[in-house]
Design a binder for this molecule. Structure first.
Ligand SMILES: Cc1cc2nc3c(=O)[nH]c(=O)nc-3n(C[C@H](O)[C@H](O)[C@H](O)COP(=O)(O)O)c2cc1C
Length: 216
C-alpha cells in the first residue's frame, strides 16, 4: 500500500484487538519517528504495551489501546503544526504496515507528559491492530473548501480531494484552500481548526497534489 492509497484507507479506529506490535513493526515505526524528529526538531515517542494513554472519557469509547505516539515538542503554534504534519506521515505510514490509528488531541491522559522530557504534549495517536478498519468520515465538498483563480489544474483538484480525506478535530474540516497559478494558500475557516489540523491538511494536500507542482 502506498502513502497515497493509505490516505483513502485510513479512518479513525477506537477499538483494537490488543494484539502486540512485533519487534519488526516497532523498529519501522521508530525509524520513521526518528526521521520526522530530526527533520522538524520534534520529540515524538512511541510508547508500547501501556494502557495509560487515554483519559476516562476516551476509555468509554475505546478498547485495547496499548500503543501510542506521544506528540511532543518545544514551542507554540509552529511546533504544533509540525507535530500535525509529522503525525499525518506517521498515521499513513502505520496504515501501510497494516495498522490502524486514532488521533486524540483532547481526551488523552495528560499524565503522558511524563514521557516527554519536559516538552509540551499536544496529543497522542493510538496505533495498533483495529477490530475494524473504521468508516469514511462525513465530508464537505471540494467547492465548500477551495477556490482556484481560473480553471483548476488536476494537481489542485487532487490536492483538495486528498485534504478532504484528512482527519481534523471533531471532523470540522475548517479550512479553505486558495489556488492561484502554482501558489496555494491554506486559510483557517473555523475556530475549531487547530495548528495540528493545519499540519495534517498540508501533508495530505501535498501527497495528493505532488510537491513539485506548487508552492505554499
Ligand atoms: C487535531 C485532532 C484532534 C482530535 N481529538 C480527538 C479527541 O480528543 N477525541 C477523539 O475521540 N477523537 C479525536 N480526533 C479524531 C477526529 O474526531 C476524527 O479524525 C474525525 O472525526 C475524522 O474522522 P476520520 O479520522 O475517521 O477521518 C481528533 C483528530 C484531530 C485531527
Amino acid at each position: 500500500m502506498t502513502m497515497t492509497e493509505a490516505m483513502r484507507e485510513r479512518h479513525t479506529v477506537r477499538k483494537y484487538t490488543g494484539k502486540a506490535l512485533s519487534q519488526e513493526i516497532i523498529e519501522k515505526l521508530n525509524a520513521r519517528i526518528d526521521e520526522n524528529n530530526s527533520r522538524f526538531g520534534l520529540e515524538v515517542k512511541l510508547i508500547t504495551d501501556s494502557a495509560d494513554g487515554l483519559n476516562l472519557f476516551a476509555k468509554l469509547a475505546a478498547k485495547g489501546v496499548k500503543n501510542y505516539f506521544v506528540l511532543a515538542a518545544d514551542g507554540g503554534e509552529e511546533a504544533a503544526e509540525k507535530l500535525g504534519y509529522s503525525s499525518s506521515d506517521l498515521m499513513l505510514f502505520a496504515q501501510t504496515l497494516g495498522l490502524n490509528t486514532w488521533y486524540i488531541g483532547g481526551t488523552f491522559n495528560h499524565g503522558v507528559a511524563k514521557y516527554a522530557d519536559g516538552k509540551k504534549v499536544i496529543g497522542i495517536v493510538a496505533v495498533g491492530f483495529g477490530e475494524t478498519n473504521g468508516i469514511p468520515h462525513k465530508s464537505k465538498s471540494a467547492e465548500q473548501v477551495s477556490h482556484y483563480d481560473g480553471e483548476a489544474p488536476d494537481w489542485f483538484k487532487n490536492g483538495v480531494e486528498s485534504a478532504l480525506l484528512a482527519p481534523t478535530a471533531v471532523n470540522c474540516q475548517g479550512f479553505r484552500l486558495i489556488g492561484n497559478g502554482n501558489s496555494v494558500k491554506l486559510e483557517k475557516n473555523s475556530v475549531m481548526f487547530t495548528p495540528a489540523d493545519r499540519g495534517i491538511v498540508k501533508h495530505h494536500f501535498e501527497l495528493g497534489a505532488g510537491k513539485e507542482n506548487f508552492h505554499w
